[in-house]
Every structure is written in C-alpha cells, then in structure tokens.
Design a protein around this ligand. Structure first.
Ligand code: PLP
Length: 281
C-alpha cells in the first residue's frame, strides 16, 4: 500500500484487508468463530457469560447466494437494514430454508410496514407510534406477532434515528395496547467516532436508561434486551451490557455501500440546507 495515501484511503484499505469478502462456507465458519472468540473475550473482561450475548449477523447488500453460504455455516437469523431488501431475500429463500428468520434493524416508514409484518420475526428500530400502529394493523392481518426493540438516540446527533432518551418512558406506556408487538428491549447506534470513550458513553446511556425504565415498565413490556454494538464497536458494547450485537462487515466482509445510505449522516443536513422549493411550487 502506498504510504502517501490519505488517512481516509488508508483506513478504508485497512478495513478491506481486515474484512475480506466472505465467499465460502469455510470463510463464514472462520469469521463467525473469530467474532465469537472476540465476544467471549469481551465477556470475560467484565465477568459475563458468552451465552448472554446473541450475535446477529447483518447481511445487507449481500445477495441471497451469500446468505445461503452463511446459513450453511450455521446462521439462522439475519439482520437487514432496509425492509424491502429483507423482504426480497425472504421471498427468495423462505421455501428452501424455512427455518431462516429475518430481523429488520433499520428505519421503517409506515408504507413499508406490510413488508416487515410479512417477512420479519424481529424489528429493532421502533421509534414512533405511527409505525407501531401500522405494524399492529398489518400483523393482525397476517395473524402474526413480532419481537420489537425501541430505538433510542443515545448520541444526541440530530441526524440519528431513534427516540431521545427522555421520551422513551412515555412511549413505552403506549405500547401494551399493540397486542401483536412483543417489546423485548432497547436498541441504539453509537456515535461514529474513533474516540472509544465517546462511543462507550452511548452504550452507558442505553444501559442506564434501561435500568431506570425497568423498575416501572408496563406489564407485557420486557426490557431484557439491549441491542448495541456493530463490527467496529461490539466489544465496548458487550462490556457495557449488550445482549445483542449486530455485526455485518466482520462476518460478511467490507461493504462498498457507504453507511450514509443507511442512516442519513449528511442527507438530513443537506435537506435542511436546501431552500424548500416544494413549498413555493
Ligand atoms: C449495517 C448495520 C449494522 C452492522 O454494521 P457493520 O459495520 O457491518 O457491522 C448494525 N446496525 C445497523 C442498524 C446497521 O444498519
């Protein structure tokens, strides 16, 4: 590698080197074993049992053939950020692999609730009553239930999805009336930063919020689960109490699609900066 490359390029190449594309069942076995070993080591550091942490492999951008390889290596539930992509892969694989399940971990618009109600067994990004209502209606129609996590914005960044921590208690109080939604816990995305202490702070916020809310959680609302941590930060998340880690690149290989495609890092700011043309139209 050219040492004169900019830091960004160097970092990217670095990521590609440490996360090569997984193209065989053996490679998936090896990657899963490596991630599980890191999970076990993180657990050991804080006296937790590895069985307290569920690894959720995230297959976004990877085609159904690749999901099949990961399935052959033992994976039975996959995370997908986009409801449409989850639904497409579910359709492609549901007959062939009936025990394969899908967890939708990204923002949902009400007009996509039907897709999630049909194909997902878990939804980790609940952050509005409108979405809860849309899901409830579609789930009733499908005769299904759904495990859900409430997404919390723990970084305070305006461009992150999720409820501000101070709004979660009131939100939880509304959820028992949605009988198809089984609330399991909270989910967050930490700040994207090289500063481990800033990242850790987000995980601490989620854990402390859960401890506070647990004391008088409405009946039927369980807050046992904390979904936090991704390829770059899952060990910190485990040290702070994660029960689910959502890991894509460290298992599947680096993604070409930038993260801004999944959470609007620059997009919202651009929208705000742009003069509102449609209001004058
Ligand atoms: C893609 C994604 C992940 C996994 O990110 P990696 O960097 O691939 O580990 C975790 N959570 C959400 C919500 C995602 O969209």
């Amino acid at each position: 590698m050219n040492l004169n490359d900019s830091t960004t390029t160097a970092l990217k190449n670095d990521q590609h080197n440490c996360w090569p594309e997984a193209e065989s069942v053996e490679r998936f076995r090896a990657n899963l074993a490596a991630v599980n070993a890191r999970i076990a080591a993180a657990c050991a550091r804080v006296g937790r049992a590895p069985s307290e942490v569920r690894l959720l492999p995230v297959s976004k951008t990877k085609p159904a053939e690749v999901v099949r390889l990961a399935y052959a290596a033992g994976v039975r539930i996959f995370g997908e950020n986009k409801p449409q992509e989850a639904h497409t892969k579910w359709e492609a694989l549901c007959t062939e692999l009936p025990d394969l399940r899908w967890s939708v971990i990204g923002h949902l618009q009400t007009n996509k609730a039907k897709l999630v109600a049909r194909c997902a067994s878990e939804f980790q990004a609940l952050d509005s009553l409108r979405v809860a209502e849309a899901l409830e209606r579609r789930l009733q129609a499908e005769g299904r239930g759904l495990d859900v996590f409430v997404q919390v914005n723990t970084s305070g960044e305006a461009n992150k999805y999720g409820l501000p921590p101070e709004e979660v208690a009131a939100f939880l109080r509304e959820l028992p009336s949605f009988s198809a939604l089984r609330v399991r816990g909270l989910m967050t995305l930490a700040v994207f930063s090289d500063d481990a202490e800033r990242v850790r702070r987000c995980f601490v916020v989620l854990r402390e919020l859960r401890e506070r809310l647990r004391q008088d959680a409405p009946s039927r609302i369980s807050l046992d689960e904390l979904s936090m941590g991704m390829s770059g930060d899952f060990e910190l998340a485990i040290e702070e109490g994660a029960s689910v880690v959502r890991v894509g690149q460290a298992i599947f290989g680096a993604r070409a699609t930038p993260d801004s495609h999944y959470w609007p890092s620059g997009a919202l700011e651009t929208e705000k900066a742009k003069p509102s043309e449609d209001s004058t139209a």
